[in-house]
Design a protein around this ligand. Structure first.
Ligand code: TRP
Length: 386
């Protein structure tokens, strides 16, 4: 398949987080590659429409991504990842979504309201348009063969490289002085099992997940070299970065449930209005998009723009001299109108918990089939089929 890349990148060139020079360089490369991947997926979508039988081609773009079930999804998740998953599903990309329940206990002492959180994620996935007939939704804990892949994979990494992982270091720093647990140290290897068990080639993730992708690629490469005599049992997956810039909470700082600065997908229109009303702004009447000088205002403009599919500058122009009050009205309406359908579908689905459970059971069954096949291959190439 040849490709002509026509769409130059529309992604934000300004890095959302500073990072060190290496991280910034890796991010820039991943961003560029993501634009190419997007174009290839589009091309594939056109080809697939012509030739629906080409199964090998479909596998080229199999994708896996996931969420930790630590609480409700908010508008940042929706704009940066959920919408994008649905878009890729609609393009015919075979999709796997892991509800990463074993990842919950990487940085905390208990699983919390795990059952309700898992149920809530499935509700948001379905309400957003993920179709269980085409997308496999599953939980770690229900797929033993996936978890078993972690054993050979652990043999392919050193403790030094795990300790260097910047995302693990950040999570450790944020975990209230906890000692580094074996699981926190090794969860990037477990995440590699998530990605490789289904031979996923595309992994839509945020910038903070790039170190895990690199670790996964190293594991795939080393597995092939060390245990499969150079045969390609595992292909190296690639990150697909979101076009959406990092969104802040309504107080202009990092979104965090404990700070009460997030708008959740399941919130009512009134709760959303109240949250936006309490948002931090400034006293300048004329609304302008100035991310450096007026980050909180810029963040609100960005949120409205993403929901309205408009540039934040255009939203600012429209609000003009209306001040913070007019801005907040625009933001509230944008969020509430865009999410009205999602929230209504979510509420409907929530009335049928048996259906939600059945979606999960079917997803788990499908994930188990795939994982068992992969594990059988792994054991066979390692000479362990007795
Ligand atoms: N670590 C991811 C997060 O915290 C969630 C996740 C688990 C994931 N397994 C994955 C993401 C595999 C991509 C691929 O958001």
């Amino acid at each position: 398949m040849t490709s002509t890349i026509t769409s130059s990148t529309t992604r934000s060139a300004t890095p959302p987080a500073p990072g060190d020079a290496d991280e910034r360089a890796t991010y820039a490369v991943a961003l560029e590659r993501s634009a190419v991947l997007d174009a290839l997926i589009d091309e594939h979508a056109t080809d697939a429409a012509k030739d629906a039988e080409d199964a090998e081609d479909a596998a080229r773009f199999r994708m896996l991504t996931g969420d930790r079930p630590t609480g409700p999804l908010h508008i940042g998740h929706y704009l940066a990842s959920l919408r994008n998953r649905v878009r890729l599903q609609e393009k015919g990309v075979e999709t796997f979504v892991v509800i990463a329940d074993y990842q919950v206990i990487t940085d905390r002492d208990s699983v919390g309201e795990i059952g309700a959180n898992v149920q809530g994620l499935v509700l948001d996935y379905l309400a957003a348009g993920l179709d269980p007939a085409r997308t496999t939704i599953f939980t770690h804990s229900a797929v033993p063969a996936l978890n078993q892949l972690m054993l050979p994979f652990l043999s392919l990494v050193t403790d030094a490289e795990l300790r260097r992982n910047p995302t693990v270091k950040d999570e450790l720093a944020l975990s209230d002085g906890r000692p580094l647990s074996g699981l926190l140290l090794t969860y990037p290897v477990h995440q590699a099992a998530d990605i490789l068990f289904c031979h996923s080639r595309i992994v839509p993730v945020g910038r903070d997940q790039l170190p895990h992708l690199e670790q996964t690629r190293a594991i795939a490469r080393r597995f092939n070299q060390r245990y499969a005599a150079g045969h390609s049992v595992f292909a190296e997956p690639e990150a697909l970065l979101s076009e959406v810039p990092l969104l802040l909470g309504t107080d202009g700082t990092k979104m965090s449930k404990s700070k009460g600065n997030v708008i959740n997908l399941r919130d009512s229109a009134d709760e959303t209005a109240a949250r936006v009303r309490a948002a931090r702004t400034d006293s300048e009447r004329r609304i302008t998009f100035d991310p450096k000088g007026r980050p909180a205002v810029a963040n609100l403009l960005t949120i409205a723009g993403l929901f309205l599919d408009e540039a934040p500058e255009a939203v600012a122009e429209r609000v003009g001299d209306g001040g913070a009050q007019a801005l907040k009205r625009v933001v509230t309406d944008a969020v509430n109108e865009s999410l009205a359908g999602h929230r209504a579908r979510r509420a409907d689905l929530a009335r049928d918990p048996a259906y939600v459970t059945s979606v999960l059971h079917e997803g788990n069954a499908r994930a188990n089939e795939v994982a068992e096949r992969t594990l059988a291959t792994v054991r066979a190439v390692m000479g362990m089929s007795y």
